[in-house]
Design a protein around this ligand. Sequence first.
Ligand SMILES: [Zn+2]
Length: 484
Amino acid sequence: MKKFVCLLLTVCAAALCITFTACEKKSKTAVSEYEIFASYDSENKKLTGTVDFTYYNSTDNEITDIKFNLYGNAFREDATYKPVSQSYTNKAYYAGASWGGMSVEQVENCAGWNIGGEDENILTVTLLTPVYPEESAEIRISYALELALVNHRTGVTENSVNLGNFYPTLCAYSTEGFIECNYYYCGDPFVSECANYSVTLDLPQGYTAATSGKLKNESSADGRKKCTYTLENARDFAAVLSDKFQVVSKNVNGVEVSYYYYSDSSPQVSLTAACESVEYFSSTFGKYVYPTLCVVETGFCYGGMEYPALTMISDELDSDNNVYTIVHENAHQWWYAMVGSDQLNSAWQDEGLAEYSTLMFFEEHPSYSFTRTGIIGSATKSYRAYYTVYNQIFGETDTSMNRNLKDFESEYEYSNIAYNKGLIMFETLRKSIGDDKFTAGLKKYFSSNVYRLASCEDLLGCFINGGNDLEGFFDSFIEGKIVI
Ligand SMILES: [Zn+2]
């Protein structure tokens, strides 16, 4: 059941591990910057905004065109790639069919722009002049985001407004150019690089915003309020709005951890799980780098969803799954937010690690109802059932772990490969090399890759370079040869 919950939350896969060249090698401040102003119209369920974007060229190439993912456009009626699978449609679209979309109204200070990509999901902006490495250029994008009634990352739920991926997001840059992300319903079809944010939300007075950023300014006038938040060196910025939020907070080693809720009858239990997991992961893997973390109860068709310094937690979970999901999503602050990876092509890299980190947390916190043995047993049982079912249906089962999100047949297959097989691989690795080397490898992976997009090789190298003969071990899992 806990698997069922988490299984649907996040992603990464891969036949090819792309080499990222972007923000990683530059100094901490040499990143692009978003200055976003977004105004929410609660009556029309619409966000209108501007993005003053400073593009910093962290590549080794001269750049003439930059590309942005328009994730919000996946929610339009005629989208080719639907953000919700058929099996989750009723749960997600709680009020029946509903559509949204992201439109770009104008791009200023550029030589031209167009909307394209495979699914009207990419904004391409031609810069006035080429931008050379370590130089920058500024543009302004005016856009609108229509919100569907949907319990998903971007949409109006029954008690809240989920603003994940709510602005045009610069595509990550790889050796093959800017990476265009199609909105596959399996996993988290996002890859982005770290940037600095200043975000001003203009809201009806009665609304409270939980966001990825730290509040800098707040002012009120004419029944509206404007709140400005900042966040540095983060690969995304998200918010959840509600006119029903209550909030409990606690400072954990200098980090303001807040839990926003509207129906949770045990908010202190949820806050405690959030705080304990931040404390445990900080001491086990490395320091949490952002000043705040918001854990937010909201309408969501899966268990939860991670963004930098903000996690969305479904309001439909029972108490055990609520705690499990909070810990899993908080683990993503380390494996996704701070250490990024290719969520399109190697989903196991952050999902498997988030699952295994969750196991480690519960192992050290026996007062909760989850155990190492129980979590491994449940994952193994689920994985074997998947293997048997797929063998019966297809005559064989592809259990390779590095594949694109589009190459998964279903969320069922995806969750068993990215979550369960990923979890089992890390458990087998830990048993093979011992607890000390295992934890040392994860610490090294974190410290060497914080703020970066880490490749599979970056992760596996932290164990292989410890003097362990593990190439064959990893190959057997990732290529799908091992029998579990
Ligand atoms: Zn996850």
